[in-house]
Design a protein around this ligand. Sequence first.
Ligand code: S3P
Length: 167
Amino acid sequence: MDAILIGFMGSGKTTIGRMLAKTLLVPHTDLDQEIVENAGQTIPEFFSNYGEKKFRELEHQILLNQLKKNGVLSTGGGTPISMQNLEILQATKAPVILLEASTNTILERVGKSKERPLVNQMSVEQLAELQFKRMPFYQKCANLCINTDNHSPLEITEQIYKYLSVN
Ligand code: S3P
């Protein structure tokens, strides 16, 4: 992989991943999208049919497969939150880029999303707590952290591009 984007739901991993891949002229892969294609159902369907544990197993398998490829990989918000995946992300030679956003920004971006089973079940406080709990995992594998609040996807993409050019 040329770059791996991690971060909480709504931090911009998919949008920025696509833009970055275009800029680098490499393929873009979205881990959630790969899961949907592999499972033949949407993520909310998968969660309600098989539960989160099975989702995480499939996510892990697909992460392993994708890492062998080149391009930009946008992970899911929960991907780094297991020792297995964390170790893989720490060991990879690909730069791991963390996109951060405040809880308010996250809510503005994904608050009403029907595609995210975890957000739908949570209050604002629970969402903020989940974000807080996940931060150490994200930080343990990130080579670069970027705050996306009040920045356009283009600005973020340029920032990552510059980082990749000198690293
Ligand atoms: C999840 C984030 C989602 C998706 C699933 C679980 C999470 O991906 O993988 O709904 O645990 O944070 P996005 O971060 O792309 O929304």
